[in-house]
Design a protein around this ligand. Structure first.
Ligand SMILES: [Ca+2]
Length: 229
């Protein structure tokens, strides 16, 4: 739910509330002087960028050496053997780092095969073992890097996230593997098209003008009826 308890941002089966987080940088809040997103993800050194987005309107930008999108689970029960952290980044220098019990940071780089349009997916499965605390965040090895759709959840707990447009319509759902389904509406608010995000290396069988997503459903019958009336 968001700050006004009006919209659902994520649903997770088989996990407790403190064990998962999602932000697409659409929901910045001010809380006790620290900037964080709903769900307890800290903006840290990051800056909300309104010009670049994987879904929605915003992403978060940082420079190398800085941290952003930090989520901590402290002494309240990790319970599960593995956690999944996942984020989309627009640079091959984007990274996810995690620390267990405040120990040495383990860094995961972009997997260049997991590229969709302008975005790279970073995934890491974290073996929490007997650790009592987990801290996950995003960083960059060089340059200025944007991140969007950052998620942390137990690996065995399927997560769905929800993104809304400025009219409050559902614009994207983000499924278990952090790939989106996009919903486009006409001026009357009627569902017009549904798109599925796919990796570039899966796009080779589609027309060359597709980038990052393929058309899954087009509401042609509906429009044919409109014209005939
Ligand atoms: Ca976003």
């Amino acid at each position: 739910m968001d700050a006004r308890q009006e919209k659902v941002f994520s649903t997770v089966a088989n996990a407790r509330y403190h064990q998962f987080a999602y932000t697409g940088a659409e929901d910045e809040e001010i809380n006790d002087g620290d900037r964080l997103f709903w769900g307890g993800v800290y903006l840290g050194d990051g800056v909300v960028d309104h010009a670049i987005a994987h879904t929605g309107y915003n992403s978060v930008s940082i420079d190398a050496g800085a941290k952003t999108l930090q989520f901590d689970i402290n002494n309240i029960g990790l319970d599960h053997d593995y956690y999944r952290a996942s984020v989309w980044t627009n640079s091959p220098t984007g990274q996810i780092a995690y620390q267990l019990n405040g120990g040495v940071a383990v860094v995961t780089n972009v997997d260049a095969t997991l590229k969709s349009g302008d975005w790279y997916l970073v995934n890491v499965d974290i073996p929490v073992g007997s650790a009592s605390s987990l801290s996950v965040y995003c960083q960059a090895s060089s340059g200025t890097v944007n991140f969007d759709d950052f998620r942390v959840h137990p690996l065995d707990a399927a997560m769905t996230s929800y993104v809304y447009n400025n009219w409050g319509e559902l614009s994207h759902t983000i499924g278990a593997n952090n790939f989106y389904t996009q919903y486009e509406y006409d001026d009357m608010g009627r569902l017009k098209e549904v798109w599925n995000e796919v990796l570039d290396n899966e796009l080779k069988t589609y027309p060359p003008n597709y980038s990052g997503k393929i058309l899954a459903t087009e509401n042609r019958i509906h429009y044919a009826r409109e014209i005939s009336e």
